[in-house]
Each structure stands twice: as C-alpha cells, then as structure tokens.
Design a protein around this ligand. Structure first.
Ligand SMILES: *Cc1c(COP(=O)(O)O)cnc(C)c1O
Length: 443
C-alpha cells in the first residue's frame, strides 16, 4: 500500500496506529446487533446447522469403529467444559480488575482424533465429501449403517480420490488423519510456521506433506493450485468454505446441552461471554454462529488474535475484510501462535458474522506464554500458545465500562455471568515440546 493510501486509511481508522505499533488493543464492535437483525447476513441458518449435526450422527458408527478412542462417546467428537477458578483469581489479581461471575474453559484442545478445534470443521468437511462420493457411486445411502465405510471396498474406492489443503498445522492434522483413515490420498501444504512434530505425525500416517517457506496464505494457494487440474482432487478451502464453518457450528447446540446438564443458566439476567482465538476466522466464526443460534442474544462472542496477526480485527474494523492484509500495514504475521498466524482474513466469515460479534482484541506472544505457564501451574491443563489468547477476554470485558453500559450489562448481570474461554489446541503436543513451551513461560 502506498504512503498516501495508508495515511488516508489511518486517518479514517485511527486504531490502525495502535495495531501497527503492535500494542495490545481491545475494540468493542459498535455495529454489534441482535441475532434477528444480523442473521440474514450470514447466508446460512439453523437448517444448515441441523443438517451438519445429522450428518455427524450418521457418521458416528463409522467414527466409533475407526477411532476406538471415540467409543466412550459413541462416535461423537466432543470436548469437556472445565471450571478454572484459580486462573480466574490469578487474572483478577494480575490485571487488577474484578472478574465477576464464573470462568470456564471449553477443552477443544483435547478433542479426540486431532487435539484441536479443527477436529470439528476439518473432519466434518472430509466426511461430507466422502459421503457425497460414496452416495453418487451407489456405494452408500443415508439409511445405511455408516460402519460399512470401514471396509476394504470403500477404502479402495476412496483411494482413487485425493484431498488437498493448506494449513499452519492443525487443520492439516485433522484433514490428514481423517482422510488417510478413510483411504483417500491426501496432501497437506504446510506454512513455514507449522511445527515439525505435526509434519512428522502426518507423514507417519502416509500423508504427503509439502513444506513451504512462506506463510499460511501461500500454503493455501499452493493447495488450491495442486487441486485445480485434477477432477478427482478435492481442495478444502479454509479461506472460504461454508462446510468447514458448519462443522464448527454444531458446537453451539452441543454446548447448550452440556450447560443444561451442568445446571448452568444462560438468559437475559445470566449472560454468557465466549472468547475465541481467531486465525482465518472459520473456526471461531462457525462456533460463534452455532452459539448464537443456540443461546440467542444472551451469548456474546469476542475474538482474540496475536498482535502480529490481527487479520480479522483489521478486516472488520476497516470493512475491507479480505481486501487487506496485515502485511500491507507493515505487520509481519510472525507469531508463536501458529494456529493464528494468518495475515488475511477469510473472504466470507467477517462479512457474514460482523454484526453478531461483540468485540475483538489482540494479545502478545509473551502474554500467551505467560498464561500458558500459569494455566499449567494453577489448573494442570497444558495448551499450545494459540489457545491461551482467549484467556484474557474476561479481563477486557470486566474493564470495558463503555461496552457494559452500551449493552446494558449491569453489575448484577455481570455477577451472574459465565465467561467461557475456548481452548482451541494443545492436546497432542509432545511432552518435549510442551516442556519447551513451559520453559518460555517463565514458570
Ligand atoms: C485454527 C486454529 C484456531 C483458529 O481457527 P481459524 O479457523 O483459523 O480462525 C485457533 N486455535 C488453534 C489452536 C487453531 O489451530
């Protein structure tokens, strides 16, 4: 971007100065509105989420058979909710602000199969594709017991088809593991920041891992090119896919059921705040969409990004969405939060969801590491750095007086609030790697 254009942009959007100086920034969205007013812009509705949910139920017998770790949940991939009172107290003291209500954590970090939030969207999209192929070939019908997909016949059928994806690591893990299990040929294009152990793990499963020197955007582009001339190759488009988004969205109804079972009330006097780490946007966007459908206006979603990769904040704040990258502002997109190292936001998530999101903030790598260490020490839960970005969300809401007033979040309501930190990854990090993370945390 030339100097003149940049000056124009920063004068219209003064917070860009803060973004460019890489300081931590909180922006509560002045355009946040009701579900009723915001929903028409999403282009998807509860029927689409229901369809995804039904599909995952059809696949449950297959998943149960293919991944014995899913026997306990009969083939449903879901994570636990855990209270983190010691972390809540620590954050209160550390940041000098009272965090009213109760802090919980959603442990997508420990989702079966691939140990991150990508076990929702990534696996769902591959299953949907496999179902379509098998049905079109006359090898499957929706009335069948999908256990039959776990057979040499179907594996051999899928082996004539291939799947390609670009990723910073975790999406590649999910897509690679499920695709290889079904029998597909699969190539994962990894960006420079992807961790070595993730590549190693995938190669051990027979996945073709292509390493790139550049960042996420380039890895996705290479995956797209790979698939372009091959009609039997299906490209999973993390930057634009509605199917990924819908796979994530099923989390909403699942969480509602979990909260019902736990006796956690969410209504206009008992607000729910959810803090979601954001990379390209599909994961947090899809989850937020599902949450809005499940809890209506009583859930308030806030996205967290690294100070070096604030692509969604940039896109929504300026209204330019995928028309601008952080690099154009001189921000380097280099962060230890590999799952969030994305310089340009999704082409559809910001536009679809911007009216249904209450806020956005950024956090430094240093603070992610610090909270990684604190969480391990105080709650004995180990996460990867990306997953800690949501942890300070309750601090920002508790300090955000203007936001609280605008949303009529009285002291009384805040006393009854639930703060849910979406922990998005870390369950499969090897011990040696985790030791290195903890060493960086200063713990
Ligand atoms: C991918 C990822 C996210 C964010 O999901 P996007 O769809 O990229 O926005 C958050 N945390 C972790 C650990 C991830 O791997």
């Amino acid at each position: 971007m030339n100097q003149e254009k940049l000056a124009e942009l920063t004068s219209s959007f003064p917070l860009l100065h803060n973004l460019m100086s890489l300081e931590e920034l909180v922006w509560f969205n002045p355009n946040a509105t009701t579900l009723e007013a915001g929903l028409p812009y999403v282009g998807l509705d509860e029927n689409d989420v229901q369809d995804a949910s039904e599909r995952l139920k059809r696949f449950a017998p297959y998943l149960c058979k293919a991944f014995p770790e899913l026997e306990a949940t009969r083939g449903i991939i879901e994570s636990e909710v855990q209270a983190i009172p010691a972390m809540q107290e620590y954050l209160s003291n550390h940041y000098g602000v009272k965090i009213s209500g109760k802090m919980l954590m959603k442990k997508d970090s420990h989702l079966p199969i691939s140990g991150s939030i990508k076990a929702r969207g990534g696996i769902y999209e591959v299953l949907k594709h496999a179902e379509e192929l098998a049905i079109n070939a006359g090898l499957l019908s929706v009335e069948d017991n999908y256990e039959k997909l776990y057979s040499d016949e179907l594996k051999s059928f899928f082996s004539e088809h291939s799947i390609a994806v670009g990723s910073t690591g975790n999406l590649g893990m999910s897509i690679g593991i499920i695709s290889a299990k079904l029998g597909f040929q699969v190539s994962v294009h990894m960006s420079a920041d992807a961790r070595t152990w993730k590549k190693y793990k995938l190669r051990s499963l027979g996945v073709t891992v292509v390493e790139h020197e550049q960042d996420y955007g380039v890895a996705v582009e290479k995956g797209r090119e790979d698939a372009k001339d091959d009609p039997k190759c299906f490209f999973i488009d993390d930057e634009n896919s509605r199917n990924l988004f819908l796979g994530y969205s099923v989390a909403g109804e699942r969480l509602k059921k979990q909260f019902d079972d736990m006796g956690i009330k969410v209504d206009s006097d008992n607000p729910l705040f959810v803090y979601l780490p954001c990379g390209v946007g599909g994961g947090p966007g899809g989850v937020a969409f599902g949450l809005k459908l499940a809890f209506g206006d009583n859930v308030r979603c806030i996205f967290a990004e690294p100070t070096h990769s604030p692509c969604m904040l940039l896109g929504v704040y300026t209204g330019l969405h995928d028309g601008i990258s952080v690099q154009e502002l001189g921000i380097d997109n280099i962060t230890a939060a590999d799952g969030l190292a994305v310089g340009r936001a999704s082409g559809f998530v910001g536009r679809a969801m911007e009216r249904l999101l209450d806020g956005f903030y950024t956090i430094t790598d240093e603070n992610m590491y610090k909270h990684l260490g604190e969480l391990s020490e105080l709650e004995d839960v180990q996460l990867e750095p990306s997953a800690l970005s949501g942890m300070v969300g309750p601090v920002h809401v508790s300090k955000g007086k203007e936001y609280q007033d605008r949303m009529d979040l009285t002291e009384e309501k805040l006393e009854n609030a639930t703060h849910l930190v979406w922990a998005t990854g870390g369950g499969m990090v090897p011990a040696a790697e985790m030791t290195a993370y903890l060493a960086k945390s200063g713990r």
